[in-house]
Design a protein around this ligand. Structure first.
Ligand code: PLP
Length: 378
């Protein structure tokens, strides 16, 4: 057999091993997607677009209306994007890959605040770049600026930012984002800002975009999508915007890789961005479940869990139980019937488990009751 791409040997499979659907008797705290249906007006619009026959090739970066709608949506986060510099991608994930491809060269080092969503690591390795995992502060999962400073080398080219964060649930404060911008300016770095959870924030300060701060816009790629805030994971729709020169590169990559997202989905995605009430209801429900999950988890012996600030994950330090996270997750599944993600599947996540609260309140109560019974019986 001819040789394969050698970079693949270094690419992991993320959470996949612990995402296998278990039997119906198991409570799943593993799934990183909203448990809501896509809002009805969005579904109605995709059907109408199909009925109108919108099935042919179209504008590759996305329809004018959709790019306009994204640019308009971003103004609520104080991001001033030109609609012509917005590109629609098959999922936020692909937008991140395009952003990395447009800014990095093989051998470049990229700072990743760790633990991080595992796909960043895989993408960087696929591009023959080097993920440099910089641990966040253990007590609140916010950036450790001394550690970031110490990790910079002449090969450092970019920093990957994700706030609200998967897996930690942290939302960085506006002052911290300003420090990240200053740091990026000092070392002449790109910032790739994955704002996929930008509308799911439970703190009294909002998601803050580096592109909204002085000196940030010219070095930030803003990347997001519909999956989490609009309950549209399976639609595979994302966006990317940034400085025109970089976006010219991203457009070339998109034309070579995808051409465009399905034509009939574009008007539906536009409708989604105009919804206020439906998205607010979903966000309020996640906030309520955050409160419930956190108050129950804090009762568990041996577990420390800072209050999640955004997204729908609680990140628990389980070292006080005497188990490592793989043993904890394996035994939680086998002995308590609760599925969760062991942190050591992610670089820097050793000693932690990720618990998704995108589950019903009944499941949250029952799942934590089972964990409590199990841990107290040990
Ligand atoms: C931090 C982060 N970024 C991006 C994505 C991917 O989003 P999409 O499904 O739109 O590709 C996820 C999905 O879990 C995520 O957690």
């Amino acid at each position: 057999m001819p040789q394969m791409n050698r970079s693949l040997e270094h690419v992991g499979i993320g959470f996949a091993a612990f995402l296998t659907p278990p039997g119906p008797e198991v409570i799943r705290f593993t799934v990183g997607q909203p448990d809501f249906d896509t809002p009805k007006p969005v579904v109605d619009e995709v059907k109408a677009a199909l009925d109108r026959g919108e099935t042919a090739y179209t504008r590759t970066q996305g329809s004018v209306e959709l790019c306009d709608a994204v640019a308009h949506h971003l103004t609520r986060h104080n991001i001033q994007a030109q609609a012509d510099d917005v590109l629609i991608t098959p999922g936020c994930k692909q937008a991140i890959l395009y952003g990395l491809m447009a800014t990095l060269n093989a051998g470049d080092e990229v700072l990743v605040l760790s633990p991080a969503w595992p796909s960043y690591d895989g993408m960087l390795k696929l591009l023959d770049c080097v993920p440099v995992h910089v641990p966040v502060k253990r007590e609140n999962y916010h950036p450790d600026f001394d550690a970031l400073e110490a990790a910079v080398t002449p090969k450092t080219t970019a920093l990957l930012l994700n706030s609200p964060n998967n897996p930690t649930g942290a939302v960085y404060e506006p002052e911290e984002i300003q420090r990240i911008v200053d740091f990026a300016i000092k070392h002449d770095l790109w910032i790739l800002d994955d704002m996929i959870y930008g509308t799911l924030v439970w703190t009294d300060y909002p998601y803050t975009s580096p592109a909204s701060l002085a000196g940030g816009a010219e070095r930030t790629l803003t990347i997001g999508g519909w999956s989490k805030g609009w309950a549209m994971t399976g639609w595979r729709l994302g966006w990317i915007t940034g400085p025109t020169q970089v976006m010219d590169g991203v457009k070339k990559i998109n034309v070579s890789a995808a051409t465009h997202v399905p034509t009939f989905m574009m008007p539906a995605a536009t409708v989604a961005l105009g919804l206020e009430e439906e998205t607010a209801v979903m966000a309020a429900s996640f906030k309520q479940r955050r409160n419930l999950m956190h108050s129950l988890l804090t009762e568990l012996p041996g577990i420390i869990v800072p209050k999640p600030e955004g997204a729908f994950y609680a990140f628990c330090d389980i070292t006080g139980t005497g188990m490592d996270d793989l043993e904890f997750a394996t035994r939680a599944l086998d002995e308590a019937g609760v599925q969760l993600i062991p942190g050591s599947l992610i670089e820097g996540g050793e000693g932690f488990v990720r618990i998704s609260y995108a589950a019903s309140e009944d499941d949250i109560r029952e799942g934590v009751r089972r964990l409590s019974q199990w841990l107290n019986s040990l």
